[in-house]
Ligand binder design. Sequence first.
Ligand SMILES: C[S@@+](CC[C@H](N)C(=O)[O-])C[C@H]1O[C@@H](n2cnc3c(N)ncnc32)[C@H](O)[C@@H]1O
Ligand code: SF4
Ligand code: SF4
Length: 366
Amino acid sequence: MGLINFGINASKLWSGVNYSQLVTNEKDHNKQYTGKKIPLGVTFALTFICNFECAHCGADIDNSKSDQDASTKLMIDTLNELKRLGGQRISLTGGEPLVRKDIKDILQTAYKNKFFVSLTTNGWFVERHLDKLKNLDLLVLSLDGTEPVHDFIRRKPGSFKKVMESIKTAKKNNIPVLVNTTVMNTNVDDMPGLSKILKELEVYWTIDLYLDNTNIKSWQKGSNISRPTDKLLTQVISLAKDNPYLANSSHYLNATKKKENKNSNKPQTCFAGIGYCVVSPDAKLYPCFPAQFDNEFEGMDLKKMSFDDAFQKMPLYRKNCGSCDYICHLEMNSLYSFNPNSIFKGLKYLYKDKFLSLFKRKNSEK
Ligand SMILES: C[S@@+](CC[C@H](N)C(=O)[O-])C[C@H]1O[C@@H](n2cnc3c(N)ncnc32)[C@H](O)[C@@H]1O
Ligand code: SF4
Ligand code: SF4
């Protein structure tokens, strides 16, 4: 999907917008949106299963719930229907998406429908599934530090090496690749070392702030993982900004610091459930991840109704939005709002080679 195609579709969304309900006012919580809705982007958490037990993991993973993952047929039907509804972008995550036995069928259906397809993985099975990943528009590899720090957070010896191999394999096979790093207290000091490695590898990089409002898994009880202080986060952000491969928008970087800021409850616009949504492993549709993790908000069951029905009938989620700093949602909100910095980042990504040679020339002239 080119940025232009996305722009045309986002404009359609804006043509029927109800601006007052785009603003995240709590009074709209659980109400129906009265403007136009198009599911332009859908994130599928494909499975409850994971081969890792990361110290920081906030995803809904539980290997004992493997039988509850959406069936292959449901996934394929949903993707086909989504295309008919105007879907442009799908993001596959989990759990670990590459443990799904039918990942080949899911990816083939996604490619056939010409979505912009991204897949986020811990990297462990990239080599094994390489043939299926070659048509991805974006492979996102999670990397949380230099070798000892990453392996400690991921609680898996050898996991850093796997990510390094996966980056190299992706590059060799012309698969666009990006590294995502969750910043938390245990790796905040390690960011200069990580940034250096990523610069040398010339790989795109996003940082995402650790979220502490998720469900705690058995192995995480008593964990000392927490968010870094605002001061440390500011240092990480300025370091990251010095890396030409940083792909975060300034909108997201500024928003991550707002929790300790007194303006944190300032309303913002949000397209959750209007222009994008998320699907849980057991095929329930939600506006956003905070809604999925809120036991009081009921997901729309795709096993019982069509995607269109579910998306159109799903009420807005507008609870605690002032403190929402999910990277996937904030970056989408920024892009859907035609934020110039996000558009610039998109263009930079699309024309990366030209941009990077300019950046290098500028630096060598300093
Ligand atoms: C939930 S994982 C699923 C995909 C795959 N298993 C992986 O680790 O990349 C998706 C991304 O969310 C990040 N993540 C997990 N828990 C988080 C948390 N509590 N706060 C912020 N990001 C988190 C991971 O580091 C990873 O980059
Ligand atoms: S962060 Fe990813 S790899 Fe780690 S436990 Fe969670 S889902 Fe699994
Ligand atoms: S994505 Fe964040 S801001 Fe938007 S509805 Fe969900 S919680 Fe609120």
